[in-house]
Design a protein around this ligand. Sequence first.
Ligand code: ADP
Ligand code: MG
Length: 695
Amino acid sequence: MYVKGVGPARAEVLETKGLRTVGDLLAYAPFRYEDRSNVKAISTLAPGEMATVLARIHTATTLRMGRFAKRPGGMFEAVLVDDSGGRLVAKWFNGSFLSNILVPGMTLAVYGRIDTEGPLNRLVMLHPEFEILREDEDENDAGLHTGRIVPIYEAIGKISTKVLRQLTSRALETTEIPPDPLPEHIRAQLGLCGLREALREIHFPAAGSDMRAWNASRSPAHFRLIFEEFFWLECGLAFKRAQARKAEGIRFELNDQIREKLKMMLPFKPTGAQKRVLKEIAGDMVEAQPMNRLLQGDVGSGKTLVAAEAAVIAIENGYQCVLLAPTEILAAQHHHAFKKLFAKVGYTVILLTGSQGAKEKATLKRMIAAGGAKMIIGTHAVLTENVEFDKLGLAIVDEQHRFGVMQRLKLFEKGVHPDVLVMTATPIPRTLALTIYGDLDTSVIDEMPPGRMPIVTMHVNEGQVGKAWKLVREQLQEGRQAYVVYPVIEEAETVSMKAAQKMHEHLSQVEFPDFRVGLLHGKLRTEEKERVMDEFQRGEVDILVSTTVIEVGVDVPNATVMVIEHAERFGLAQLHQLRGRVGRGAAQSYCVLVAGSLGETAQERVKTMVESNDGFQIAETDLRLRGPGEFFGTKQSGLPALRIANIIRDREILEMARGEAQSFIASPPSEEERKRALEYIRDNWQRRYGLVQVG
Ligand code: ADP
Ligand code: MG
C-alpha cells in the first residue's frame, strides 16, 4: 500500500482487517459521522442531548477515595473547558489507565450524552467517545479533524480513527482513482454518482450534507458503493451459473423400469412437496447440463427420502452416487438410513470416514474404484483422500450449514461434471438464499410428513427442573424415549463432557434408576458413539444424555421429549435444529428449555422457541438478533465478506443489483463491455470472494 504514513508496521496492522491495497483502505467506510463544523459551545449544552464538544483539558484526576477505593481502576475525571467559559466534566469508571493518555493542555473532541449532577448541576458526560485533536496548544491542526463533518472509523488495532482519517485523506489526494468500473448505462439509468465522487463523499461529506442520510448509510455515496458491491457479486454468480449451464453433463434416463424401482424403494407415500421437488430434480437430471440444485427443507421435512430417490435414478443409469455429510455421526446416520432404504433394491452402500483405519479405507476405495460400491456415504474424507470413482454421476452434499462454496466446487471437479444436489436445513429468507447459493437452482420442501403435530415447547428455570423430569417420566412410561442435551462450551469441551457425565450419573442413579440412561459426548471414540446411537435407535436406551453431537441429524421417531440444559447458551438456529430431533413421529412431542437468568437476547431466543415451530420465522428472528455475519458464520457458509453493503440492512439494494446484474449478463450492451466486466470480476472479485473459475 503506497500511502504516506503507512510503513511496514502499520501495513501489518491494516492487513488484519484485510486492507492490503489503497482500494481496500478507501473501501473501509466510516461507521458514523460527526458534524464538527458547528460544534456546540459548552455554555449552550442542554442535559439529555447527544453532543460533540471540542475542548481543552483543564485538569485531570483519578479518584480512588470513598466508594471508588475498592474499584480496581478508580474513576478518571477530566474537566474540559472551551472559549465559551463553560465547564464539562468527562468521566470514566475504571478509567485510571487514561491518566497516561489524557493530560491537561490537550485538545479533545468528545462525543456522548450530556447529563447534570450534584447540587450545582455540573455538566457531565459519562464514558464519552473521545479523540485527541492536539497534544499541546502550539500544535497546528490541519483542519482535517475539526471544522467539518468528520468520519469516525472503527479503530484497527492501534490505528485510531484519527490516523485512519489522515491516511484516507492522503490516499484520496495522492492516489489515482481508477476509472469507474460500473457500466455507464447502468450508472446513468439509476442516477448513481461516479466512483471518485462516491469515495470522497463517503469519507468526507461536503459541508451541509444531511447527516441523517450519512449516518443511516443512505447517502448517494453509500447507495452507489453498496449497489456496486452487490452488483459485482451478483454478476459473478450469474457468470458462474451461465457457465455451469454450458458444461456438458450426464443425460440420465428416467424410464418406466426406473420408476418401478423408485416405487419399490419407497417406504411410505411421499408428501406432495416431496413429489414436487423430486420432479424438479429429475427434470434436471435428464437434461444434458449438469444439475446444480439446492434442496431446502426444515428439519424433519424428509429430505433424505428425496435424496434417495435421486440416487436411485443415478444408480439405475449405471452411475455411482456419493453423499457428503458434515460430521462422522451424521455420515453414520445416513449410512444406516440408506442401507435400510436400499435393502429392497439391492445396492451396495458403503461408509467412508476419516477415522477408519488405513487398511479398511484402502479396501473401501478399491470397491469405489471398481464400481461395486454404488452408494458412497462419507465425510470430508471423500474430498481429501484421493478417492477415485469408477463412474460418479450424482453428488449429494448435506450441508447443514457447514460446507462452503469451495468444497462444493472441489467436489465438482472430481467427476466428469456429475449432477450436484445440496441439501440444507437452514431456512434462509429467499433474497439471502439467492445470494449465498446464487449459483444454484432451488427446490423447497414446504410441507411436513403427515400426522406431525407441532412440538410443545416450554421454558423452566433451573430451580424447576423437576417439572422436566416429571414430563420425561410420563413419556417413558408410555414407552417413549428422551434426549437430555448439554451445550458444548467451545473452549472447554472437557467441562461440558463432565457436566454431561454428572447428569448421566444423577439421572441414572437418582431420577431414573428404573430406566436405561445412555451417554454421548464428543470425546468418545467413533465406534463408541455409534454403539450408543445404535442402542438408542433400537430402543435399548431410554434416555440419551448428550452434548450437542446429536444436533446434526439423529432420526429416532420414538423419541418424544427433549430437555435442553443451559438453553441460554445456544443460538436460535441450533435450538431449532436440536428440537427437530423430536416430533418425528405421529405422537405429541415436547421440548423443555432449562435456562436460568436470561439476558435480553437470550430471553427473546427462548420466547421465540416457545412461540414458534416455523423454521423460517425463527431464522428471521435469528438474523435480526445476531446480524448476518454471525448468522451465516461467513467462513463456513461461503458467504462473501462484504465491505460496505450489509445483506440485511440493504436487502432492497441487493434485489435491485441482482436484477441489473442478471440483465447485464444476459444481454450486455456490447461484447467489449462484457469482457471488461469479466476482467474486473476476475481481478477484483476472486481474491475476496473465492469465485473460482469465473469466465
Ligand atoms: P430431514 O429433512 O430433516 O433430513 P428426514 O429425511 O430425516 O428429515 O425425515 C424425517 C422423518 O420423517 C424420518 O423419520 C422419515 O423417515 C420421515 N418421513 C420422511 N418422509 C416421509 C413421508 N412422506 N411420510 C412419512 N414419514 C416420512
Ligand atoms: Mg436429514
